[in-house]
Design a protein. Structure first.
Length: 106
């Protein structure tokens, strides 16, 4: 092989694919990211459920859903649509900071 041929082969040597890098490998741990997504979904679901439960508890506590026809009863269709506080995060904050019932609730 002549020097000219060696120079030409050396020039084109970098354009050859590297066999070790032909198949893509990922450095991301798929299981960890799957768990993160699942736990984030569960956290969202628990937040929505907690907000809904506290909304209904506060509506019952303040008699916001008292039945107008039968005194002392609760209008259950009202409990589905009631907004006893202005924002959902107020329900979540109250539920997270008041874990035990107060003396007036007992």
């Amino acid at each position: 092989m002549s020097d000219v041929e060696k120079k030409i082969l050396k020039i084109y040597d970098g354009s050859r694919p590297v066999v070790e890098d032909l198949f893509e490998t990922s450095n991301v741990n798929q299981l960890a990211w799957t768990l993160v997504v699942i736990l984030a979904g569960l956290l969202f679901w628990f937040t929505v459920a907690l907000s809904n439960a506290e909304n209904q508890r506060h509506a019952l506590r303040t008699n916001a859903c008292a039945d107008r026809i039968f005194k002392g009863e609760v209008d259950k269709s009202c409990l589905v649509h009631v907004h006893s506080r202005e924002h959902w995060y107020q329900h979540v904050w109250y539920a997270l900071t008041h874990v035990r019932p107060s003396e007036s609730d007992l």
